[in-house]
Write a protein that binds this ligand. Structure first.
Ligand SMILES: *[C@@H]1O[C@H](CO)[C@@H](O)[C@H](O)[C@H]1NC(C)=O
Ligand SMILES: *[C@@H]1O[C@H](CO)[C@@H](O)[C@H](O)[C@H]1NC(C)=O
Ligand SMILES: *[C@@H]1O[C@H](CO)[C@@H](O)[C@H](O)[C@H]1NC(C)=O
Ligand SMILES: *[C@@H]1O[C@H](CO)[C@@H](O)[C@H](O)[C@H]1NC(C)=O
Ligand SMILES: *[C@@H]1O[C@H](CO)[C@@H](O)[C@H](O)[C@H]1NC(C)=O
Length: 587
């Protein structure tokens, strides 16, 4: 039971992106929620009812379709304050101002009134659903069951959602069209996930967990799915077997249901943040090491670390001297990859007990000692000088990248400040001390001196270890070694198109933008990033606005030389800009 309470979800936080995606697509239906507004439900709980009702317009995909949703409220009397409608905006605001009549529980009258509503305003093509939400037994059970029979006779599909211990289970079973449509929630906090499950059933989404239990309403993809919990920093992992695990997000992060990942606290809107309580604590601790705690600032949790030699004391609420609180040596990361005998160019990737054979990027081979594909191993996997990435936007480049909103036209990719291109297979590659990136970009607003990522490898809440950044007329080049703070080079030319070469080679880090060159000695090895390379986006920078002509990444020592490639004439507007052929690699 304790466990269950922990798993109770929060309304607003529940993301509906999955529920609406697939099978709800072209189905036609009308849904009326018949809500118990009797006096046994207190104001706070009725607010939770409103919150869960919002899931319907939010996730039934009504806008622009013939599907409709409406709400009827019953207590001693019955009203239809929200008639059937497809207008999501109007529905949302009507639900927010839904009144609670606070009489007794006349379910029979409610059902009869909703059946009438369908008789008068139903569309023949639309399947009809009634979702009864109640916390008690009806005042006139026989009449209730008779009304339910009438609904069944009209082929109206009825769900009976009972909240709390006061419900009469036999009556719920009599109201519902099918035993799978009897839904029980322990309390009103559990209503939203239950409603999400109901919506998935209305939408006929096959991948949703409909068996009652903590995972109810969880949408599974490839046998696994996630749900938020009442605690912002925990989430529930559900499996096909309906086994579930409560997982803890790392210190400083909250579960982000829309991204299906733990995300920085400021980026997640979790209504249950400890600091949003009416009288929040000044500081508190949930997880993290002995020196880490949270401080409430303006209703939001902020991460804090005690000075060295001190630990956070839960009872006192501040840091006290504690010689036992010392930084622990870093724990080696669990490696989910294993080498394959006699096949250095591949590795086995172990996910959830399944093993996938994966290729290493060209020029690298699998190195178990670093749990990654690396250039450190002698390899004949592919000719060493073949680029490991060659994207020129001149034709289809299947599998090379994922495009998130960039417009590819005339051999250029246009980024609007919210789009990106992701090259996932370069995540976790150990480049050691050599990598060369060729790119050609043009900023849309060169007078804007905010730092915009052109190419970078930070996309997963980790700082970029490699970055090419547009900053007004300047280009900045960043390289992060394992042992030192990041090194940054800058070039500045007035060229409209910047032909950029980022190079790490023989202990030298250099950045070039066609006319200018900046360089510095670079000791040690490049820090491995868990993140993919991205074009147009990078953690720690703004997203890029402008055009990119090509991105070529090689591990070669030589590589193309700009001087041997003829420079095309540049024209004033990007749409007509001639796309230069990307440099060819020599070896
Ligand atoms: C509904 O659809 C219309 C037309 O496609 C669109 O203009 C409007 O922004 C949409 N509204 C919502 C709330 O999605
Ligand atoms: C939807 O409702 C809003 C708010 O009531 C209204 O302003 C808007 O015109 C409606 N849209 C349509 C398409 O009826
Ligand atoms: C169902 O409806 C039919 C007419 O459509 C009627 O003859 C029958 O009596 C109804 N049954 C019940 C149980 O209401
Ligand atoms: C706790 O974690 C923070 C952040 O990783 C680190 O800076 C600090 O040294 C750690 N302290 C202890 C005592 O482990
Ligand atoms: C500069 O670019 C940033 C990031 O795209 C944007 O937020 C900002 O409004 C721009 N500033 C001007 C003056 O255009």
């Amino acid at each position: 039971m304790k466990e269950l309470i922990l798993l109770v979800l929060v309304a607003a936080q529940y993301s509906i992106t999955h529920a609406q995606s697939d099978s709800c697509g072209d189905q036609r239906f009308d849904v009326i929620a018949l809500v118990d507004g009797s006096a046994s439900i207190d104001q706070a709980d009725f607010q939770k009812v409103r919150n869960s009702l919002e899931m319907f317009p939010a996730s039934l995909g009504l806008n622009g379709t013939d599907r409709r949703f409406g709400v009827a409220v019953f207590s001693s009397n019955v009203e239809v304050p929200i008639p059937l409608s497809s207008n999501v905006t109007a529905l949302m605001s009507d639900i927010a101002s839904l009144q609670q009549p606070r009489g007794f529980t006349n379910t029979a009258l409610g059902l009869t009134r909703v059946i009438e509503e369908f008789e008068n305003f139903g569309i023949p093509e639309n399947k009809q659903f009634i979702i009864v939400i109640t916390d008690g037994k009806s005042a006139r059970k026989t009449a209730t069951l008779a009304a339910a029979l009438r609904a069944k006779n009209m082929s109206i599909s009825v769900f009976a959602v009972g909240v709390g211990n006061g419900v009469d289970e036999l009556e719920l079973a009599g109201i519902a069209s099918d035993s799978s449509q009897v839904i029980k929630a322990d309390d009103f906090d559990q209503l939203t996930p239950k409603i999400v499950g109901v919506i998935a059933m209305v939408c006929n989404d096959p991948d949703v967990v409909t068996d009652d239990g903590p995972c109810f309403g969880c949408i599974l993809r490839n046998g696994i799915g996630y749900l938020p919990t009442r605690d912002c920093d925990k989430f529930l992992q559900c499996q096909l077997s309906l086994a579930f695990t409560v997982k803890q997000c790392p210190f400083g992060t909250h579960w982000d249901q829309s991204a299906l990942t733990c995300n920085y606290i400021g980026k997640v809107n979790c209504r249950n943040d400890v600091c949003t309580a009416p009288t929040p604590p000044a500081t508190y601790k949930t997880n993290g090491n002995c020196s880490q705690y949270y401080q409430c600032v303006n209703g939001l949790s902020h991460t804090r670390t005690c000075p060295e030699g001190q630990s956070y004391n839960d009872v006192l609420g501040y840091c006290i001297p504690n010689s036992d609180c010392k930084p622990e040596p870093p724990v080696p990361k669990a490696c989910h990859m294993t080498a394959i005998l006699n096949e250095p160019c591949f590795y086995n990737w172990n996910v959830y007990g399944l093993v996938y054979k994966m290729p290493c990027p060209g020029g690298t081979a699998y190195d178990q000692s670093v749990c990654a594909c690396s250039t450190s191993v002698f390899t004949s996997c592919t000719p060493v000088c073949k680029p490991i990435v060659h994207i020129d936007f001149n034709g289809p480049e299947p599998g090379e990248y994922g495009n998130y909103g960039a417009v590819i036209q005339n051999g250029l990719a246009y980024f609007n400040g919210r789009s990106s291109i992701k090259i996932p297979r370069l995540a976790n590659v150990d480049f050691r001390d050599r990598i060369t990136i060729y790119t050609r970009y043009r900023a849309e607003f060169p007078s804007n001196t905010t730092q915009q990522a052109v190419v970078a490898n930070g996309d997963c809440n980790e700082a970029s270890t490699v970055a090419i950044v547009a900053d007004g007329q300047s280009t900045e080049f960043t390289a992060q070694s394992v042992s030192r703070s990041p090194q940054t080079l800058t070039t500045a030319t007035t060229n409209t198109w910047k032909e950029v070469v980022y190079k790490l080679k023989s202990g030298t880090f250099s950045g070039e933008d066609g006319l200018q060159l900046d360089s510095t000695p670079f000791g040690g090895l490049l820090q491995v990033s868990q993140c993919a390379f991205q074009v147009g986006h990078g953690e720690g920078f703004n997203d890029f606005r402008g055009w990119v002509d090509y991105v070529i990444i090689t591990l070669c020592d030589g590589g193309p030389t700009a001087t041997t490639t003829p420079r095309p004439p540049h024209t004033a507007t990007a749409a007509t800009a001639t796309t230069r052929r990307p440099p060819h690699t020599s070896g």
